[in-house]
Design a protein. Structure first.
Length: 159
């Protein structure tokens, strides 16, 4: 319902092309799982250019590399990453909101530990709506509306 509301708003105001906001990885996740999520997101789902414009107030401490490069490379597949996280923290996977934003081709630009929110690890994520697959955009704003929105920006993406 929320996503359809956002879709309707953006369709009515096509000058807006980006969504951004925090996605939280709660402190219920172990430090190991949170670090693996952050390291994997930084490798595969990160916008380095926009990250230069952001400074975390309380950044995730940099630790020694826990993961070998081939492991992190293989975890570009979100289903596999979710299964690995579920093995580290029984029953948990990738947080739902993070998974949904990544499904919209969202890119993370920063990580921050939020002491006011039980030390949740917040990732700042940016979604360029022009890069959302047409089928996904249509799910939230309707097929003809999605095509009209993308035509407004002369941009069609079926990634």
């Amino acid at each position: 319902m929320l996503w359809k509301g956002i879709g309707t708003y953006v369709e009515r105001h096509p000058q807006y092309t980006h969504l951004f906001g925090p996605v939280s990885i709660s402190n219920d996740y172990s430090e190991q799982a949170r670090r693996l999520l952050a390291d994997t997101m930084t490798l595969h789902y990160y916008d380095s250019e926009q990250a230069e414009l952001v400074m975390a107030t309380n950044p995730l401490p940099t630790g020694q590399a826990q993961w070998n490069a081939s492991l992190l490379t293989s975890l570009a597949d979100l289903q596999l990453l979710s299964r690995v996280i579920a093995r580290i923290d029984e029953g948990k996977g990738i947080p739902v909101l993070l998974r949904q934003y990544l499904g919209l081709n969202g890119k993370l630009v920063s990580f921050n530990v939020d002491p006011a929110f039980n030390n949740a690890l917040d990732g700042l994520i940016v979604v360029d709506l022009r890069n959302v697959p047409t089928k996904t955009l249509a799910r939230y704003m309707g097929q003809s509306e999605a095509l009209r929105y993308l035509a407004t920006h002369q941009y069609f993406s079926d990634i």
